[in-house]
Ligand binder design. Sequence first.
Ligand code: KMH
Ligand code: ZN
Length: 275
Amino acid sequence: MTTGTLITVAPTGAESAKAEVPALPVTLDELLLTAKECEALGAAVIHVHIRDDEAKPTLDQGRLRETVAALRQSTDLIVQLSSGGAVTDPEAARLAVLDAGPDMASCTMGTVNFGDDVFLNRWEFIVDLHARMQDKGVVPEYEIFDLGHLTALQRLLGKYGLPHGGHVHVDFVMGVPGGMPGTTATLVAAQRMLRDLPERTTFSATGIGRSTIPVMLASLSTGGHLRVGMEDTVTYAKGRPVESNMQLVARAVGFAQLAQRPPLTTADARALLGL
Ligand code: KMH
Ligand code: ZN
């Protein structure tokens, strides 16, 4: 029986341009401020993409290390670096993200059409990422953009073993144009497929754009956890741009409390995720 809700904030992403979304945190100072305020509201995990001086996505190793250290110094959040990066990032740079020493990293379980682009995740690349995380003691969050990605995860764990810490946590990223839709029916189907994974597997869900609220409600009512943030959602309601990540976290906390599944503390989140 699930009790509290693990809330992950994904504040920046690699897709939105600062010029079009001025509230997007792109500098280290902006990221730290967002992180502290989201933690105070109830977030326990931060999923991090960083930007360069021109606010463009980067996987620069020095900046990643500095970001991990600064987040650790300023917050108690679980630091999850994106190994997905931007669709243009080469595999070597995506693997090198692990060298920055995060608590967790994302691990996308297959290739998916991504709007007009392709988010490429070859099987051999996934195996390499999974094995390096085992070696380095980084806990993965398996990103699931389509139902077949869960079958790939079952195959991965069957052939190469459990992740570091032994706990399996997946994140359903729903509503990407090219991936699974952000609907209750799809979330229920995805949750049923978790029966083929280790017994205590947990899941979060996030719905891109207008699927944010249906996915959030469906996840809470099926025992799932929540990811919210400006990586996934830049419109709060019809005609209302998101003002800040805190606005999205506050809404998620409100829904979780209504569901009588209040936010997990960072300590409880660490225990849940096997950190
Ligand atoms: N930016 C997307 C291409 C992840 O962070 O691991 C990939 C992504 C997934 O956001
Ligand atoms: Zn991401």
